[in-house]
Ligand binder design. Sequence first.
Ligand code: FAD
Length: 324
Amino acid sequence: MSRKMLVIGEARDGALRNVTFEAIAAAAKVSDGGEIVGVLCGAENLEEMGQEMIYHGADRVVTIQNEKLNTYTSDGFGQAVMAVIEEEKPEGIIMGHTAIGKDITPKLASKLETGLISDAVEIEETGDNIVFTRPIYSGKAFEKKIITDGLMFATIRPNNIKALDRDDSRSGSVSAKEVDIADLRTVIQDIIRKTSDGVDLSEANIIVAGGRGVKSAEGFKPLEELADVLGAALGASRGACDAEYCDYSLQIGQTGKVVTPDLYIACGISGAIQHLAGMSNSKVIVAINKDPEANIFNVADYGIVGDLFDVVPKLTEQIKEIKV
Ligand code: FAD
């Protein structure tokens, strides 16, 4: 049965986040040939980003440009997206399971009086059903869910569903919609960024993470050098954040970010259950730890028992040589 799907796009610093393209791919799986309509809210650059959504598989994109959508608020974006939902009447909605996705989708689902499958890592068609797989108990188990009736509303975890190849021969309309946005109850005065310009942790393909074993803020330097040659993002355990070796924005785990990169290199991290909750679904895990009994080795695909201050610089040098 074909379904008309709505994909809520997400941008940062004037460019679409990759998870938007993954959400289009997820919608394509679910739509069974039905129309895929993108929606983009913001204050600038929407036409160009809408075109990118078309190149990545959307059939049509509706943009809502408004000064009140300059920065994300659930109030403003909620009103804008609701207006598109009411007009388009999709049979399904997909968005990334990002900070914004986690904030806005439950509110929309509640307004629409429908359910929501959040944080899907896999979507497959089995017989007449679309089956969504999502982690439970902090990633220790997975559950499979189907929607038997009504709107197929889901968020997808970044880095799990492969985006479709970009095809700039695809065509489709990008149309602007006027939405009268009522006065916002929340006004963003200023955004103070804690992270640097580096690769976004939640969408990174490679992560080099440090734990209390790095011993100081200075101890992160060799990890930063390794991350640089690999084009990786830097992450950390809560142990390292608590010890003030790095900012909490780098924390991975149960109370930090949940990541699923292709490669996760854990340096001086013991592998506490709360840390594993945020990274154990990474595709390949490399652990560097001087304690052969460290729990991290139980989830690692490759383990190096050694001092990270010896191992990491050697790794960086080797990778530099391979890359030359
Ligand atoms: P440690 O456990 O101290 O491990 C340091 C490791 O470094 C050791 O294995 C040691 O052998 C190794 N090491 C030391 N020196 C070297 C060296 N020179 N070379 C190589 N290896 C070396 N933790 C998280 O990470 N994320 C979370 O989101 C999180 N949420 C939590 C929520 C709750 C409610 C609670 C109670 C805890 C949470 N924690 C979380 C904390 C968690 O339980 C651990 O305390 C924390 O993960 C430990 O960090 P660590 O592995 O860096 O430090």
